[in-house]
Ligand binder design. Structure first.
Ligand code: HEM
Length: 139
């Protein structure tokens, strides 16, 4: 009986954890596969954008891909830990202005549209990025 109770508690705990993981924004964006596809679309869209592309001329895209994935995974409560440089350290000296920031956000929206992410979920991700604005523009 004691064994049965322990097993029952364990199962209860596991299902609670699974339920929590299912509620994360990371999960709502499609988990690893979904987020990876969004990042691919995002990089493709940056590559086609006259306003944003020049910023990336000297960037190593494979590194950017991994780092932006980890960053987005981390801030959406996914199973990742972003351990790259701070937003300030990365973007200082790039002279990014408000219009550039807004344009990049538009490209992210476009990328999520392409991956059929529902609009309320898209807004949740942008809502998590918005507070970073002051650590990226005019620095
Ligand atoms: C909330 C908005 C943003 C976030 C979360 C973000 C995040 C990041 C991250 C995680 C990296 C990778 C850093 C690394 O390689 O270690 C990165 C690199 C970069 N970001 Fe941003 N970024 C944002 C906005 C912008 C904007 C608006 C621009 C320019 C218009 C920009 C231009 C760049 C460039 C050019 C790099 C590559 C730097 C390099 O490899 O030399 N970012 N960003």
């Amino acid at each position: 009986m004691k064994k049965f109770l322990c097993l029952f508690c364990l199962l209860l705990l596991l299902s609670a954890c699974a339920h929590k993981a299912n509620e994360t924004l990371f999960y709502q964006l499609g988990g690893r596969e979904g987020l990876s596809k969004i990042v691919t679309s995002f990089i493709t869209n940056i590559g086609k954008d006259k306003q944003i592309l020049p910023y990336f001329f000297d960037a190593k895209i494979s590194r950017f891909r991994n780092q932006i994935y980890d960053h987005l995974c981390d801030i959406t409560d996914g199973p990742c830990h972003y351990n790259g440089d701070s937003m300030i350290d990365i973007h200082t000296g790039m002279n990014i202005n408000e219009s550039d920031f807004n344009r990049l956000v538009d490209l992210l929206y476009k990328s999520m549209d392409e991956q059929h992410i529902p609009h309320p979920i898209q807004n949740k991700l942008i809502g998590r990025l918005a507070p970073l604005r002051s650590t990226i523009i005019y620095i």
